[in-house]
Unconditional design. Structure first.
Length: 438
């Protein structure tokens, strides 16, 4: 064929092939779904390959877009953690009050997550992500302009509304975009965006602040999410929603589903372990192991870094053993418990660092698997609501149980805090053992 001509055929307008709406796609005969045109068209091999490759890669491009949106938001979520001294100086507050800048967002997230799940089951999830991005941009700008700490905290609380759509809704989009054979790996890769965002906030945030001031992070992090939204809308051309709209009575009934509550309670326990390691190990290292704060913080950073490997690794392992979810989650708890005991007695800095890295793996190995597990246990029309329940209890575990552990450290001893956290892990195993198979 001359000039790279691949195939000469009559063209049809408005033909849908492999989910891609295309004008004038290859056809060898007339189809009742297509309208005949009079002029023949020439197609090269690159035209054909372009359409097919795009179709095959589309779920992964969707994953990339969702990943970027979540990464930018998680960097915003934990951004103040590495800038506490600057907040203290700017607003003339103490460190405990500065810590509320993170707690306020989690509180808004927990309170708004269930209503957000209801919306996920009724409307196109792509539009909800767009709303989340608008909210994210608004609260970032308001945070940049805030003149008092009270106003700043309000913007952080409202940022919890963005979390509902930039985290949970994106997780639902990824889950619905992949077949069952690769769903766990894809979802676990998406969940990895959280530790990536935390790492960006911890390592890049202070450099941005030193060059352009601490408020500059409220411009940088939303840009990452904005790029992800552009990628998502380029790849996800069709609405992503449940086939039937969820009515209010079904929604209320879904909130008391014992199966979903069991799995979500296990996730509560997993997040409790993860945040305990993240939040209290720097203090433990300084008070018990006599490390300086910088060294203690650097070693503790191994916990979220381990999640970059552990979160997709858990999904991969789950897929490799026949799409089974419970064994991976149970193994994660069983790995975490002896590590927790080892940390409580170790005296060597190097061994402490190794144990913390393993703690990061154990506490995050099942994170992505929880989302797949709940999706598979849910009716299709209530999947968004079920994911909202999972996320709500998970985020509750992220600040309730570690707060209790902190009280035990102050009022009783470090040993009591470790025992309490160990009991949380045992509860996590018990709830996942009695949960049904997906």
């Amino acid at each position: 064929m001359d000039n790279g001509e691949f195939h000469k055929c009559f063209a049809y307008d408005h033909c849908s092939v492999t989910g891609v709406r295309s004008s004038g796609f290859l056809a060898s005969r007339r189809s009742p779904e297509c309208e005949w045109t009079e002029q023949p068209r020439l197609y090269s091999p690159s035209d054909y390959i372009s359409v097919m490759v795009t179709s095959e890669r589309r779920p992964w491009i969707i994953l990339a877009g969702c990943f970027l949106m979540s990464t930018g938001f998680n960097a915003y979520l934990f951004g103040p953690a590495s800038l506490i001294p600057l907040l203290v100086d700017q607003f003339a507050i103490d460190k405990a009050s500065a810590g509320l800048s993170i707690s306020a967002l989690f509180l808004g997230w927990v309170l708004l997550q269930i209503p957000g799940g209801f919306l996920m089951d009724r409307y196109d999830n792509r539009r909800l992500v767009w709303i989340g991005m608008i909210v994210f941009a608004f609260v970032s700008l308001a945070g940049y302009l805030s003149s008092t700490y009270t106003v700043f905290l309000v913007t952080r609380f409202l940022g919890g509304g963005a979390a509902v759509f930039l985290w949970t809704t994106n997780a639902n989009i990824v889950s619905q975009s992949f077949p069952a054979s690769t769903r766990a790996v894809a979802t676990s890769l998406f969940i990895t965006s959280a530790p990536v965002g935390v790492t960006i906030a911890q390592f890049i945030g202070p450099h941005i602040a030193s060059v352009s001031g601490w408020r500059a992070i409220f411009f940088v992090y939303p840009l990452v999410s904005l790029l992800g939204m552009v990628v998502l809308y380029w790849a996800a051309r069709e609405p992503i929603r449940t086939p039937s709209q969820l009515d209010l009575s079904t929604f209320v009934k879904t909130l008391s589903n014992p199966t979903i509550l069991l799995v979500s309670l296990s996730s509560f326990c997993a997040y409790s372990l993860f945040v305990f390691f993240n939040s209290w190990m720097p203090t433990y290292a300084t008070e018990v192991l006599a490390l300086d704060l910088a060294s203690a913080g650097a070693i503790t950073a191994l916990v979220p870094l381990a999640g970059i490997v552990a979160r997709p690794g858990g999904g991969w392992l789950s897929d490799r053993i026949g799409d089974r979810r419970r064994p991976v989650i149970a193994f994660a708890f069983l790995l975490s418990l002896p590590i927790l005991g080892g940390i409580s007695v170790v005296t060597s800095t190097s061994r402490f660092a190794i144990l913390l890295f393993l703690a990061g793996i154990g506490s995050q190995l099942g994170t992505g698997v929880f989302y797949v597990y709940v999706s598979e246990l849910s009716d299709q029309e209530t999947q968004g609501t079920q994911l909202a329940i999972l996320t709500t209890l998970s985020m509750a575990g992220a600040f309730i149980a570690p707060a209790v552990a902190g009280w035990l450290v102050d009022e009783v001893s470090w040993g009591a805090a470790f025992v309490f956290t160990g009991l949380i892990g045992i509860i996590g195993i018990a709830t996942i053992v009695v949960a049904p198979r997906s």
